[in-house]
Design a protein around this ligand. Sequence first.
Ligand SMILES: O=C[C@H](O)[C@H](O)[C@H](O)COP(=O)(O)O
Length: 219
Amino acid sequence: MTTDTDKRAAAIAAVAEIQPGMLVGLGTGSTAAYAVAALAERVRAGLRITAVVTSKATETLAQSHGITVLPFDDVPQVDLTIDGVDQIDPALRAIKGGGGAMLREKIVAAASTRMIAIVDGSKRVAQLDRAIPVEILPFARAFVLRRLAELGGPAILRATRSDQDNLLADAAFGPIADPAALAAELSAIPGLLGHGLFLDEIDATCIADDSSTVWLKRS
Ligand SMILES: O=C[C@H](O)[C@H](O)[C@H](O)COP(=O)(O)O
């Protein structure tokens, strides 16, 4: 199977978990877009749900499919969120934010009773080692970049901004031996508004790899 076929297969399997009446969190990115399409198909077939979204791009996509999107600022709790990742390890710790949406994604994930990560086999790693996306308040740019470099993660600023009009950068720490310690260091930097380490949010992942779909659940 191609990567796209795998993304679609994982998305369809996760969307099958959605029950009537649920408030569903919709992630961002190419894999999440397959979930939006799969959900739209179920909605057209009569499934009644409401949704919240993690980005303007997903909002546009979901609404174009006729999915009812509620404003998240009115929503204290979400039943099930389905989202992609950039990397995931065997303990269901992930790096997200390749599309720059990790701040909203983490808020929606934290508000969710259950979060499913949908993954093609290429995202599965023994140890997280991708550059970590970070969102930076423009006012704090130079200071935050200095702190990241001091922590061992020199960061490259992206040309694009986040949905909140903040700066985005990717901090290259190399293989991450202690993700929890690094997440705590990142969260403690004033002006760093969000980072792509998702260590506790994901309850289960559906991994599609060359025609077979496997579920891993947090123990
Ligand atoms: O900011 C973007 C999100 O975290 C995406 O879910 C992540 O980058 C995976 O994207 P894709 O499914 O396009 O590989």
